[in-house]
Design a protein around this ligand. Sequence first.
Ligand SMILES: Nc1ncnc2c1ncn2[C@@H]1O[C@H](COP(=O)(O)OP(=O)(O)OP(=O)(O)O)[C@@H](O)[C@H]1O
Ligand SMILES: [Mg+2]
Length: 242
Amino acid sequence: MSLLEVVDVTKRFGGVIANDNVSLAVAKGGIVGLIGPNGAGKTTLFKCIAGSYPVETGRILFEGREITNLSPDRICREGIARTFQVTRVFRDLTVLENVVVGALSRTNSVTLARRRAAEILALTGLVQKSGQLGRNLTIADKKRVELARALATQPRMLLLDEVMAGLTPKEVKEAVALLRAILERGVTMLLVEHVMEVVMPLADRIVVLHNGRKIAEGPPAQVAADPQVVSAYLGGRYRATR
Ligand SMILES: Nc1ncnc2c1ncn2[C@@H]1O[C@H](COP(=O)(O)OP(=O)(O)OP(=O)(O)O)[C@@H](O)[C@H]1O
Ligand SMILES: [Mg+2]
């Protein structure tokens, strides 16, 4: 059984069909890459899955249970957490406090939440920065804090929206290693990413959106060689190496 199933989801903004009858399935324990040009509908689909936007038609199932149009906090409690394309770190809270906020979605005990947050700061390499204010962080650290805050909600699935954007090559390498460590802990991921050198080696499967529609799906090498994907999105900028 798939962990997440999106079935025929449609989402419109006035005349714009941001998601046009999109279906996809994410198997437990892997990484699925969601790619496509700007405006393809990737972030909109994340928002529909996470409950930020109601869908007009279609269904979303998590572990076989219907989660379509539940509230975002309910979906979070079901076990789906997300990061944001434009980071939403709490600027006036410290790194530790930002992560405690995530942990408090699972417990009313601040002591327990702080303990969980401390473990996650260790996993995400943020221990040294735990006292810094959100407003003073670099982009890379803001992205890390968002990932840590999402992890603190103890998700079984993470929706990651361009977590590598704006990072230096060294920071990208560190972020990839972190995603692999998170995967090893049994968290399944749906990853929106424009950096093909990152997403192609990381993902088991790739789904391609274009103008709101799914135009291709399959193993990375197959999708990278798909003429429709090359013409709609990749151009000459990525050649599969495996
Ligand atoms: N809140 C909104 N109101 C109106 N139109 C919207 C809204 N959000 C998204 N859209 C439109 O829906 C379409 C899909 O946008 P979306 O942000 O999902 O694309 P994306 O694939 O995430 O793009 P990018 O790679 O640039 O982040 C675009 O045409 C966009 O202009
Ligand atoms: Mg987007």
